[in-house]
Design a protein around this ligand. Sequence first.
Ligand code: THU
Length: 239
Amino acid sequence: MEIDWASLRAAAIETMRLAYTPISDFPVGVAGLVDDGRVIVGCNVENASIGMTLCAECGLISALYASGGGQLVAISCVDAAGAPLMPCGRCRQLLWEHGGPDLLVEALPQPLRMSELLPHAFGYPDMDRVTGRVGGAADVPPELAKWRGRGTVFVHPDISGGETIWTGYWERSSGEPGSAEEKGILEEGPNLANTAAAVAWGLVRTPRIVVVDAQGNLSWAGEGEAPEGIPQRWEEGRS
Ligand code: THU
């Protein structure tokens, strides 16, 4: 993807001027290019309770999700002089999770990759090695981010290594009768310890969750009223 650094920097400078910095008088602006071509921005917002300061990059990541998610491809972060500013340590971790090792960060004389700014980064693989857990909130694969909020997750028990586990799958269709939606499985869930964990896996993806127990009984664990044909609501602790 072509990166127009000049316009990214211009958007960062414009946003820097909107920053709220009564404590430090150090406004910061950031602009990011998303993998679908969107440009999003953020500025720092300080607070009398000084430790609560929100860096510009925090606003950027919120803007990323508030405008549809995706992965960051490039960012330009600037100080009051409009010069490239290196993200602070905390924000490098934040950017890592939403841009990965190849995210380009404007720097002089040339952009740097996140893998240079945060070598040996801590991430989910470090946790998964210890907990044995796979999956979780951050693991909606980037290519499926556009499906968030759509489709249906079916949660069900399964046998793995002789033990009953819970898992699920994310299906494109919302099951509306008569609709001409695309059908098919978007993602298979990980093996999880109980129904609640599988429901939680689903709720990160869509508000429509159907629990199918070992007997094939359906219950609704999604938001709002159960749709027609699903006789009961799933309650934690019941299955
Ligand atoms: N700041 C950012 O917004 N991003 C950074 O990466 C560096 C620091 C802000 C936080 C605070 O409002 C001010 O700059 C001084 O630290």
